[in-house]
Design a protein around this ligand. Sequence first.
Ligand code: SF4
Length: 220
Amino acid sequence: MASWNPWHGCHKASPGCANCYVYRGDQRRGLDASKVYRTKSYDLPLRQKRNGDWTIPPGDMVWTCFSSDFLLEDADEWRPWAWAMMKVRTDLNFFFITKRIHRLADHLPPDWGDGYDNVAICSTAEDQQRAGFRLPILKAAPVKHKSITCEPLLGPVDLTPWLGGDITSPGMAKERALAEDLDIPVQRVSMDGILYRPPDELRWDDGQEQPPGPSMDSLC
Ligand code: SF4
C-alpha cells in the first residue's frame, strides 16, 4: 500500500470539512492548510530506484491525494499530469476520496472514456443534503469503481437511493461499528442504509460534548 499526495492544502467546502485532519495537522505544525502547493512527491508514481525498479512497486494500492482534495480548483493546472501518471501506471490501483464530485465531469482526461480500470473514486456524503447533491452525480459519472463514505457522519443519512449497481459503501461497516461503539442505536433501513442518533446526544467518555458525528475526522 502506498500513499501519494501530489498536492497539499485545501479549502473547506462543506460542513464535513469542519474537523479536517489536514487543517488540524498543519495547525499543529504552525502551517496554513489553506495555502495549496504542489508537493515534492508530485511525480512519485513515475519515480524509479537506482536499479530501475519502480519506487511504488507494481500491484500496490495507492491512496491518492489524502492531504487535499483531488478535484480541488487550485489543482486544475496540475491534475492533467496526475491523470497521465495514473494512465502510465496501469499496474497500480489509485483511490481518492472527494467532496467535489460535481467537478469531475469537467476535469477528466480526454481519453478517460468510461473510466480508467485502475482508478477508484469515492464521494463523501456526510449528511442527507450532501448525499442528495453529490450521489446522483457519482451515480451518473463514468467511473469504473465508485464508492461512498459517510465519514464524518453529521446526521442521519439514508443512502439507499444510491447504493447498489455500481456503487458500494466500503466504509459503511466501519461507520456502523463506530456507531455501535458509541452505543448509538443503529437502524438499518435496508441492506446498506443507516440511521443513527442525532449528534447532540453524543458524548466523549469524560462527559465532554463531542463534535458532530461518531468520528472527528473529516477526510478527502
Ligand atoms: S475535508 Fe477534504 S475537502 Fe474538506 S478541507 Fe479537508 S481535504 Fe479539503
